[in-house]
Design a protein around this ligand. Structure first.
Ligand SMILES: Nc1ncnc2c1ncn2[C@@H]1O[C@H](COP(=O)(O)OP(=O)(O)OP(=O)(O)O)[C@@H](O)[C@H]1O
Length: 590
């Protein structure tokens, strides 16, 4: 059984209880000795806290017996003060160290979450929506971090206080402990009701937060479209609806908390009444002294706070656990290797096949809930050769490139590619930072001379003239704006510096025949020189110079050969080429 399951058909998976506990145990490695020491100090601190109730009971009996002198009162008061100081010190040390361990482990988990998020299979993120992922690495981390002040004392000091006080009550006279125990079912019922209701309500609240994050993100990302199509009102309504949903779920969650409060108050009244009655009967039958009954009442009063607190933080604990299981759900997703990241060896193991850069056998793929997009694809690219993939719009060219790059996992078949594979997709992201930082992302060791050479080779050296700061020019969000063409050239230069064994180029931004297209075609050729390459040919001018061309139609390879072979064959490619040339002539004649 998979310990991690999807919360619904689309969301990212949520870890089950066992998987969450296992991951937390694994993360606690290296802190366990310190945790044990913290536990011991906690128990010692709470044991010292038993002294004041016992001391008051002793004093009551001495006063009743008429043997209490000022010296006795002073001594008892001194002992109580000392125990209070020692107890407080024990609590402070326990909570401080436990908090440090808690946040250290949480920081490690967050790092793993972010690292895993960067390597998740793209289809999974697309299906769940980026908002879900962002919410898990922000809202959920915040929920777990914010729970620290409630959860840490509860799991250390409060739990110890309850255990030690109950033991003290039993040691005094067992009927006192029994009286308290009789009321425990009230607490147990409150807890059972809460555990059934709470997690569901909190999960729904978190899911509503994820949905709201997704709506806000989409509105921001599609800002230009929103403005262009006058969709502001529509987006505003969508965000408003999602926010209202969060409010409704938040109100439900707070209502559940209030109802828990009422049940705890009932338990409190009943336990005080039970111990009072037992104390009265015991004293009446001379089985306990008034001092003993006083100690018992003080112990119960001491117990009530922590019991309520513990039950009440079950609420925060549940909420934090819901968030934790969502974070661990992401951390435990099996990842595919991502282009440009260290990957397990993918090259053909067979020495006879070492000359092959890419090999696909029987590859099939479909997007979630969609029809097959790729069907039974076989492909071989000898090392150092360039393959063009052409075909009508929607044929599956980009999808095939993503499957080869490892961004999507095939439903069937095998994909073999070089360890260092890099892709330029249709949407180039410009990171907020300097031109130099953007270029050296995948080649941290590159010198300024390397960077300038890469810019020159890809014909992108005019990027240096964006401002007087040259390579230190700020670009991306908040920086110097880049045109789409400049962003593509930046990506090509970045790829040249990364120097992968296989480069996959899938850019469709340039209009055929434009100066921009010719410039990009030249830059692409320069980038592919000396390495294996795949060109998703959105313009046929990109396909002609390649060593081999594959024609894709409705997800199947229908033709393959060199440019000349395919023209001679007079099939689909030849027809596409004729149409393309006619279009070019028409464009030139205009
Ligand atoms: N993320 C996605 N989710 C669902 N379906 C998708 C997704 N991306 C592409 N498709 C569908 O898969 C099919 C192949 O799309 P793909 O983008 O691979 O074709 P293409 O040949 O590259 O087209 P184009 O030249 O227009 O970019 C299309 O029917 C498309 O609608």
């Amino acid at each position: 059984m998979n310990p991690t399951s999807a919360a619904d058909g689309h969301a990212l998976p949520v870890a089950g209880g066992r998987a969450t506990a296992g991951e937390v145990w694994r993360l606690s490695r290296g802190h366990r000795l310190r945790l044990t020491a913290v536990g011991l100090v906690g128990v010692a601190g709470t044991a010292v806290d038993l002294i004041p109730p016992v001391a008051v009971g002793y004093l009551v009996d001495r006063v009743r017996a008429g043997t209490a002198d000022p010296g006795t009162v002073l001594t008892v008061t001194g002992v109580m003060a000392l125990s209070a100081v020692l107890g407080a010190a024990g609590t402070a040390v326990t909570v401080a160290h436990a908090t440090r361990i808690y946040h250290t482990v949480l920081a490690a988990l967050r790092e793993q979450l972010v690292s895993r998020a960067m390597r998740l299979p793209q289809h999974l993120v697309e299906r769940a929506g980026t908002g879900d992922l962002i919410s898990r690495s922000s809202d959920d981390v915040t929920a777990v971090a914010d729970a620290a002040p409630a959860v840490i004392p509860a799991l250390t000091v409060t739990a110890f206080t309850i255990a030690v006080s109950l033991a003290g009550l039993a040691a005094l006279e067992w009927p006192y402990a029994a009286a308290f125990a009789v009321v425990l079912p009230v607490y147990a019922l409150a807890m059972r009701w809460y555990l059934r209701t709470g997690p569901r309500v909190y999960r729904a609240e978190r899911a509503a937060m994820s949905a709201r994050a997704q709506q806000i993100l989409e509105s921001q990302r599609g800002y230009a479209t929103v403005l262009g199509f006058g969709l502001a009102e529509h987006r505003h309504r969508a965000v408003l609806t999602a926010s209202w949903d969060v409010a409704v779920h938040a109100i439900r969650a707070r209502t559940v908390q209030s109802m828990l409060n009422a049940r705890l108050n009932l338990g409190e009244c009943l336990s005080l009444a039970a111990v009072l009655v037992v104390g009265f009967v015991l004293v009446d039958h001379r089985l306990s002294t008034v001092g003993g009954a006083t100690t018992a009442m003080l112990l119960v009063l001491r117990l009530l706070g922590p019991v309520n607190q513990l039950l009440f933080v079950v609420d925060t604990l549940q909420s934090a656990l819901a968030s934790l299981s969502r974070m661990i759900g992401v951390v435990t997703i099996p990842v595919t290797e991502t282009p440009g990241m260290p990957t397990p060896p993918e090259e053909p193991a067979d020495a006879a096949e070492r000359g092959t850069a890419v090999r696909l056998r029987g590859v099939a793929f479909h997007y979630d809930g969609g029809p097959p997009v790729l069907d039974d694809i076989d492909l071989d690219i000898p090392a150092g050769q360039h393959l063009a993939i052409v075909g009508p719009s929607g044929a599956g060219k980009t999808t095939l490139a993503s499957v080869i790059a490892g961004v999507h996992l095939p439903d069937a078949g095998t994909v073999t590619r070089p360890r260092r594979t890099a892709v330029i997709t249709q949407e180039v992201h410009v990171f907020a930072g300097t031109l130099r930082e953007n270029l050296t992302l995948a080649a941290p060791g590159a010198t300024d001379r390397d960077i300038r050479a890469a810019l020159e080779t890809t014909g992108a050296d005019d990027l240096l003239d964006l401002s007087a700061d040259a390579l230190d020019t700020l670009i991306g969000t908040g920086g110097h704006p880049l045109t789409e063409a400049q962003a593509q050239q930046l990506a090509l230069a970045r790829l040249l510096l990364a120097d992968p064994e296989l480069a996959i180029l899938d850019e469709a931004t340039a209009e055929a025949g434009s100066a921009h297209a010719e410039r990009l075609d030249r830059a692409s050729e320069a980038v592919l020189a000396g390495r294996s390459g795949i060109v998703i040919a959105h313009r046929l001018s990109q396909a002609a110079p390649c060593d081999r061309i594959v024609v894709l139609d409705a997800g199947r390879v229908i033709e393959t050969g060199t440019h000349d072979e395919l023209l001679t064959a007079g099939g689909t490619y030849a027809r596409l080429w004729a149409v393309w040339q006619a279009g070019q002539r028409l464009g030139a004649g205009r």
